[in-house]
Ligand binder design. Structure first.
Ligand SMILES: [Zn+2]
Length: 101
């Protein structure tokens, strides 16, 4: 019984990956932008790879602004990068097939 795996595209590098391998950035009803490691927060979301490079590219290339339909300011950028770096490293052991991708 293969479960359907939702695929999302990184807004920075345009790589399509299984949703759980990407990082969701979400904007809530108050305009607060934050990372959503669980994928469960309410609001408009955009996906980026779990890499500082993609996160910064998404922000500085104004791709997040466009996806979230909101301007992302410098303070938010710093907060998002810090938040991402505080996340535990991506697990690599539970899906051997992805190592060959
Ligand atoms: Zn990416």
């Amino acid at each position: 019984m293969a479960k359907h795996i939702p695929i999302r595209q990184c807004v920075a590098c345009r790589t399509a990956r299984p949703k759980r391998e990407l990082l969701r950035v979400v904007i809530d009803a108050n305009g607060e932008i934050s990372l959503d490691p669980t994928g469960k927060k309410a609001g408009r979301g955009a996906y980026v790879c779990r890499s500082r490079q993609c996160l910064e590219q998404a922000i500085r290339g104004h791709k997040l602004d466009r996806s979230l339909k909101n301007r992302v300011d410098e303070a938010t950028i710093a907060a998002l990068v810090a938040e991402m770096e505080a996340l535990p490293p991506e697990k690599e052991t539970d899906d051997p097939a992805s190592a060959n991708a």
